[in-house]
Design a protein around this ligand. Structure first.
Ligand SMILES: [Mg+2]
Length: 277
């Protein structure tokens, strides 16, 4: 009897070690996943909804149909716009510009490079037009939605995202997750008044959910926003490292994954097994 239990324990331990083969923090990471996680908080952009899946079609569609750009070559304009966008994303990530500035400047700088004179009002108008068009190009990801639904049987699922209320909610609706993730667990920076990686945004989530930080797991593609900052506030984190960037030494997330589907092995496999005792 004892031997059987011992064997079960050992096989379970081997199984768990296999599951966490990607866990960076060897012994401590193995222990820490055992702590009960109640809430899994997903980042939205480039985690649940991939920018590359809708960006090019949406931007070109918007250029072809917006009053200011419809006469211009949408392919040329897209190349310019993409370069400007990459330049501004770095400024946004390093907090040199706000989200609003990022959205208007990418249009203004692009038009400037195309030799066209325009203004902030037109840039805002284009941005709104682009957003409305993008919704058409955002499609539910069957595999992601399935795992979110499966996870929701065992964990509270939420979203923690930087952006505006309307736009982020539109995205959730477009990808079919608005019906799976309850509204009260959708945390959007514009509504909260703080953006990731400000500590206040994670504190807000803890306060609204009445959960201790170690019971909240953040999953996202940004090392700064979804791993380093939440861990600093005591939350747990899993990094979605789709582009296989070099993994920083510290802090140590529970795991590093390249696909959301890998969460199934990490968060669900041990639930289906019988308890150890
Ligand atoms: Mg993201």
């Amino acid at each position: 009897m004892f031997k059987n239990k011992c064997c079960m324990y050992l096989s379970r331990r081997i199984e768990l070690e296999k599951i966490f083969r990607k866990t960076l923090s060897s012994h401590n990471g193995w222990e820490s996943i055992m702590y009960p996680i109640k809430l899994v908080l997903f980042d939205l952009d480039d985690t649940l909804l991939h920018f590359a899946d809708y960006w090019e079609n949406s931007v070109k569609d918007a250029f072809r149909n917006h009053f200011f750009t419809s006469e211009m070559n949408s392919n040329d304009l897209f190349d310019v716009f993409s370069n400007v966008e990459q330049f501004l994303v770095k400024k946004l990530d390093s907090k040199q510009i706000s989200f609003d500035e990022y959205r208007t400047k990418r249009f203004l700088y692009s038009m400037d490079q195309m030799g066209k004179t325009t203004d902030v009002e037109t840039a805002i108008n284009f941005e709104m037009f682009y957003q409305s068009i993008s919704k058409k190009h955002m499609k539910p990801n069957v595999m992601i939605n399935k795992i979110i639904k499966d996870l929701s049987n065992y964990y509270q699922i939420g979203v923690l995202t930087n952006g505006s209320k309307g736009w982020q909610n539109d995205k959730l609706e477009a990808i079919g997750l608005d019906g799976i993730i309850p509204k009260e667990y959708v945390f959007i920076s514009e509504v909260i008044g703080y953006e990731k990686p400000s500590p206040e945004i994670y504190h807000h989530v803890l306060s609204m959910t009445s959960l201790p930080p170690e019971q909240v797991l953040v999953v996202g593609d940004s090392w700064t926003n979804d791993v380093a900052a939440p861990i600093q506030e005591g939350l747990k984190a899993i990094w979605l490292n789709k582009k296989n960037y070099q993994v920083p030494q510290e802090p140590r997330p529970l795991a590093v994954i390249t696909e959301i589907e890998e969460l199934r092995a990490i968060l669900l496999s041990h639930i289906d097994d019988s308890p150890l005792d």
